[in-house]
Ligand binder design. Structure first.
Ligand SMILES: [Ca+2]
Length: 256
């Protein structure tokens, strides 16, 4: 364009960034395949698609689209010849969650992997991937409660060998400090964290034994869903869920 304005307006800047983000993500969100490949894909995965329709909150078209994304990510790996099977690496899934669902916190991602997939190894299976997205995009409150508690516990287990499934004051301090330091700076963090622990314990410790058990947490969050991510973000934001859902679903608002 000859008369391109020097400074794009804010709106087009945003659009440009969004476009670049999608482009940098490249192939991954491209759901198109040539007809031969599509036939092969459907033949190979039709049983798995049917199984996943039962096990996840997606319909058959949505499962197929999500598996195509996986398939294309995995296909890229074959080029490097490092992986013998067509699998998505955890690294790729991390990038995927970053770009598609705006989840940027690396320590959070580590926790999520421990919770999703206890199997060691560098790859993530198609089924684990589909279940993870079902939970993140369409999970019921109860599913999310189970997941978030596991994620928080996984984080503790990394640093605390006591991992007994209870969140005591030390564990809470650790979790909350992580999310607060970035907000308020090192010095103020400690006092704020202690205050928060008081508030949270009052709200969540239903049986008043000083620790937050899964039952304490579950009972409280079922009544007050806003407390789901009280120990730190574990799930993508609503906005990110909606935006990504438009790429693979004809009904992105669908909430099951
Ligand atoms: Ca308790």
């Amino acid at each position: 364009m000859a008369n391109k304005p020097e400074k794009p307006t804010e709106n087009t800047m945003e659009e440009k960034e969004e476009k670049e983000k999608k482009e940098s993500f490249g192939l991954h969100l491209d759901l198109l395949m040539d007809s031969m490949e599509e036939t092969r894909f459907k033949k190979k995965y039709s049983e798995l698609i049917e199984k996943l329709v039962h096990e996840t909150h997606f319909n058959d078209v949505e499962v197929e689209s999500l598996l195509i994304i996986y398939y294309k990510l995995a296909k890229e790996n074959m080029k490097t010849e490092k992986y013998k099977e067509k699998s998505v690496t955890k690294e790729q899934f991390r990038d995927f969650l970053h770009c598609a669902l705006d989840m940027t916190d690396d320590t959070l991602m580590d926790r999520i992997f421990v919770s999703l997939d206890r199997m060691p190894g560098s790859t993530i299976t198609m089924e684990t991937y589909a279940h993870a997205l079902s939970l993140m995009l369409r999970g019921t409150l109860e599913e999310k409660i189970n997941f978030c508690f596991r994620v928080n516990n996984a984080q503790i287990r990394v640093y605390d060998t006591m991992g007994d499934g209870l969140l005591g004051r030390d564990a809470m301090f650790y979790l909350l400090r992580n999310s607060l330091v970035s907000l308020s700076g090192e010095d103020d963090a400690e006092e704020s964290v202690k205050d928060m622990i008081e508030v949270i314990t009052k709200k969540l410790d239903v049986d008043r034994d000083g620790k937050i058990s899964f039952q304490d947490y579950k009972q409280t969050v079922l009544k007050q869903p806003a407390l789901l991510e009280v120990f730190g973000q574990c799930l993508p934001s609503r906005g990110a869920v909606y935006t990504f859902s438009t790429t693979f679903s004809s009904n992105p608002n669908l909430k099951m």
